[in-house]
Design a protein around this ligand. Structure first.
Ligand SMILES: Nc1ncnc2c1ncn2[C@@H]1O[C@H](COP(=O)(O)OP(=O)(O)OP(=O)(O)O)[C@@H](O)[C@H]1O
Ligand SMILES: [Mg+2]
Length: 275
């Protein structure tokens, strides 16, 4: 079932320097429970699109519907935000309280939910992100990956159906990135709709679909395998491909009979053992 639809969505930023078209007629439909990764070079419009999912920005033209709600209709603002949680790049900007459980509860308190119900939701959310043991900790004592998981728990506690991650792993070390990606996959398995913006191409291999953006447009929508099958095009856009894709392609050029469509490290290793 469709949960988000964009129709000729345009966004134009007006600044003293003039106008910047950041989204230039974007169309797509996302089904409930899908995991969508969004890739594209700096300035291609990913964050601008992300901010349309929960009405942080309004369309300059065209429309976006979230859970059937037109985000440009002011009456829908809170209902849209009840459906969409956001996790941003810098976990330090997202922590608001001095104790983990209070931080996770913050969003719920703003929604005016009963204290008992909040407590129940906080425990549940901390459990999903594997942070129950840190309930009484000060967030300042946590690693970047742990802080990001607390931020995710805060969103989960609000029981939104859709979570948008805008480069949520960009400031983390490899272990932290792994923690977040594992958490995101777990949420996806539970039926949440995931919108995942990243510059780390390996992370997109687990997505159902990738939106490939260039200059305010969605150039291509496809499975990770489809998107990374054209290594030349991805490189032309200034992006990398996952390491396994890159190595397989180079070995193929050297004459090794490698199967097409290798995407993951595991597939690459299996192909090496079989040539
Ligand atoms: N508040 C703003 N005012 C004016 N122009 C903006 C504003 N925010 C973004 N832009 C411009 O709009 C375009 C799209 O920016 P956006 O932040 O959506 O790109 P992005 O794909 O998220 O890039 P990055 O990978 O660097 O995060 C860029 O040219 C950017 O300079
Ligand atoms: Mg961005």
């Amino acid at each position: 079932m469709e949960i988000i639809r964009a129709e000729n969505l345009r966004h134009v930023y007006k600044t003293s320097a003039g106008e910047k078209v950041a989204l230039d007629g974007v169309n797509f439909s996302i089904n409930e429970g899908e995991f969508i990764a969004i890739i594209g070079i700096n300035g291609s419009g990913k964050s601008t699109l992300a901010k349309h999912f929960n009405a942080l920005l309004m369309p300059s033209d065209g429309k976006i519907f979230v859970a059937g709600l037109d985000t440009s209709d002011k009456k829908n603002l809170w209902r849209v935000r009840e459906n969409v949680g956001m996790v941003f790049q810098n976990p330090d900007n997202e922590i608001v309280a001095a104790v983990v459980e209070d931080d996770v509860a913050f969003g719920c308190e703003n929604l005016g939910i009963e204290p008992d119900e909040i407590q129940r939701r906080v425990n549940f959310a901390l459990d999903i992100v594997n942070m129950s043991a840190y309930k009484k900790f000060s967030p300042s004592k946590l690693s970047g990956g742990q802080k990001q998981r607390i931020a995710i728990a805060g969103v989960l506690a609000m029981q939104t159906k859709i979570i948008v991650f805008d480069e949520a792993t960009a400031m983390l070390d490899p272990a932290g990135r792994r923690e977040i990606l594992d958490t995101v996959q777990r949420l996806h398995a539970q039926g949440l709709t995931i919108i995942y913006i990243t510059h780390f191409m390996e992370e997109t291999a687990v997505a159902d679909k990738i939106f490939l953006m260039e200059d305010g447009k969605i150039l291509k929508i496809g499975t990770p395998r489809q998107i990374f099958s054209d290594v030349k095009e991805i490189k032309r856009l200034g992006l990398d491909v996952p390491v396994a894709v890159e190595l397989a392609e180079r070995l193929r050029r050297r004459g090794l009979k490698f199967p097409k469509n290798i995407l993951t490290d595991e597939e690459f290793i299996n192909a090496c053992l079989n040539v």
